[in-house]
Design a protein around this ligand. Structure first.
Ligand code: PEP
Ligand code: MG
Length: 587
């Protein structure tokens, strides 16, 4: 058995953690190769067939729920997978492997699924590759049933490093009140939704660590170094001591920043900047107040939907929104309507074959294609607006037609509530700028919105054709790319010409290198993950707005992202070098 290994990845939530390894999904991709004795063969076949039946009936339930929420056509999307359960090759493949080769159920299922997929994967046709994906999903459903029906999350009190090949945002959200110390995954990028969840949990995390899940199986200890961006499996004694030292150093640095949370967030030349928090999970709200954030600039409501077999009802949502508003004690909050689809597919839609890229039915398009779901949320939000200062904004608006369609739906919901005599408020309605088309036409969108909020994670993804979930694309996904800066500048100009506020809530607002540029481009309202707030607040205190503006002017004239990066380093190395070092920014 090989021992020590170092895997490079991307640090997405700073800190260093050391602890026992817990591989979360190893059993799905690489179950243990156990054999069963003669006497257990019948029982083993029965166990697997029961698991298949249970997986099939859950899929039937999901189909019925989809049918109910979205209509027949969506229910039918699960039919290809449902048919697989009755497939003779699947059943006979598994059965013969158990009977003839004495393979244990999990191994037999994995081997059969891999056999069935192989010829489809080598085909050129996309249709066949999608069918291979269906077979894989069916296999995973059965394997999950065999392992107790769920991904193997650690017990709540286990202080472990979670390692996974793929950790979905929904599964990451399940770690919310666990004792997990750190996270390491093979998939993802700095702005993937799993990374966003790791930041929400405040856990040191490294994503895009190639090959790590397989390598970590049957190993004991790992270091997640989310400053250097690496994971060490089975570190030696000296490495462990060094990691302990670095973990302590980062803790002290964080405590130092937190101790300054009451200092005003004003630039050196006296310009105040409003720093808001991004919230994914409602338990985070108390930390917003503790860290002296101005309010919540982005509440990602889709996380209320992910881990559910049925969507939340209007009353349930109203209760969450109302409680959140009240816990903020008068600070404003912006709720984004659910931004579902792509990697954020709710459980009630799981099993629908996913497109290979995330440019399909997502964001506002998803909402407009699921009107009932959308109207239920709009009703809850409008009703919540009587409880305190709040706004609503729409994700991934592509253009004026999209925005108008959403506004029309909102007007009709308002009318409905009025008719029913239910009290509701009139929150400002914002438009997210996260598609290049929206930035390019922001002057027209501004005519229909009360405010803008820029989602740079998607803006970078769509401008530069870099899939947020693809580790390969990471090097290409720079918010410092002049094409992105042009779009930001346009959006700021459109907002200012129309006199509406504009904020930025993508991760560019918490990137210590990009921050001076964000300020220089004219953003004075930023929203960042709570774990990053102290650093963002401190960065503002250490720079002069005039210098930031000069930097932005130079950057707009630069030829490339690397040239912009060099400009930032030169202009702010002295003021921010210490903060950058703590975040491994120029390593
Ligand atoms: C963004 O795209 O920058 C954004 C804030 O939205 P999300 O990260 O949830 O897609
Ligand atoms: Mg987005």
């Amino acid at each position: 058995m090989s021992e020590r290994a170092v895997h490079k990845g991307i640090a997405v939530c700073p800190g260093v953690a050391i602890g026992p390894i817990w591989v979360i999904d190893g059993g799905l991709t690489n179950p243990p190769r156990l054999r069963v004795g003669e006497a257990r063969i019948e029982g083993e076949v029965e166990r697997v067939f029961d698991a298949m039946e249970s997986a099939r009936s859950k899929l039937e339930e999901a189909k019925a729920s989809l049918h109910e929420t979205h209509g027949e056509i969506y229910g039918q999307l699960l039919d290809a997978q449902l048919l697989m359960y009755g497939d003779a090759m699947l059943r006979s493949g598994v059965e013969s492997k158990i009977r003839d080769l004495r393979m244990a159920g999990e191994w037999a299922v994995r081997a059969t699924i891999d056999e069935l997929k192989a010829p489809l994967l080598s085909a050129d046709s996309r249709y066949f590759r999608e069918r291979a994906e269906d077979i894989e999903l069916v296999g995973r459903q059965i394997l999950r049933e065999l392992g107790g029906g769920a991904i193997r999350l650690p017990p709540k009190d286990a202080e472990v490093i979670v390692v996974a090949s793929v950790l979905s945002p929904a599964d990451a959200a399940e770690l919310r009140d666990s004792s997990v110390l750190g996270i390491a995954t093979e998939s993802g990028s700095a702005t993937s939704h799993t990374a966003i969840l790791a930041r929400a949990l405040g856990l040191p995390a490294v994503v895009a660590a190639h090959g790590i899940a397989h390598r970590a199986e049957a190993k004991r200890i790992a270091i997640v170094d989310a400053i250097r961006g690496e994971v060490v499996i089975e570190p030696d004694e000296a490495e462990r001591e060094d990691a302990e030292r670095r973990a302590e150093r980062y803790r002290q640095y964080s405590l130092g920043l937190k101790a300054r949370r009451d200092a005003p967030v004003v630039t050196l030349d006296g310009h105040p900047v409003e720093i808001y928090a991004n919230v994914e999970l409602s338990f985070e709200v108390d930390r917003v107040v503790k860290q002296r954030a101005h309010g919540v600039g982005l509440f990602r409501t889709e996380f209320l939907y992910l881990n559910r077999l049925k969507p939340p009802t209007e009353e349930e949502q109203l209760e969450v929104y109302r409680r959140t508003i009240e816990r903020l004690e008068g600070r404003p909050i912006t709720f984004r309507t659910f931004d579902l689809g792509a990697d954020k597919m709710p459980r009630f839609e799981r099993g629908i074959p996913k497109p290979s890229v995330s440019f399909g039915r997502t964001g506002l398009r998803y909402a407009l294609s699921a009107r009932r779901l959308f109207r239920t949320q709009l009703r809850a939000l409008l009703r919540a607006a009587t409880h305190g200062p709040m706004s609503v904004m729409f994700p991934a608006v592509a253009g004026v037609d999209d925005l108008r369609a959403a506004l029309t739906e909102l007007a009709s919901v308002r009318e409905e509530l009025r008719h029913e005599g239910l009290p509701f408020g009139e929150p400002p309605i914002g438009c997210m700028i996260e598609l290049p088309s929206a930035a390019l036409r922001s002057h027209r969108l501004a005519e229909h919105a009360d405010f803008f909020s820029v989602g740079t994670n998607d803006l970078v993804q769509h401008t530069l054709a870099v899939d947020r979930n693809d580790p390969f694309a990471t090097g290409y996904a720079s918010p410092l790319e002049p094409a992105v800066l042009d779009l930001l500048q346009m959006s700021v100009a459109s907002a200012s010409a129309r006199g509406i506020p504009i904020s930025i809530c993508g991760d560019m607002a918490s990137d210590p290198v990009a921050l001076p540029l964000v300020l220089g481009l004219g953003f004075s309202q930023l929203s960042a993950p709570i774990a990053m707030l102290p650093m963002v607040q401190e960065t503002v205190r250490r720079v002069a707005l005039e210098d930031c503006k000069a930097l932005a002017r130079d950057a707009m004239a630069a030829a490339s992202a690397s040239a912009v990066r060099a400009l930032v380093r030169e202009a702010f190395g002295e003021a921010l070098g210490e903060l950058w070092a703590e975040h491994g920014a120029f390593d």
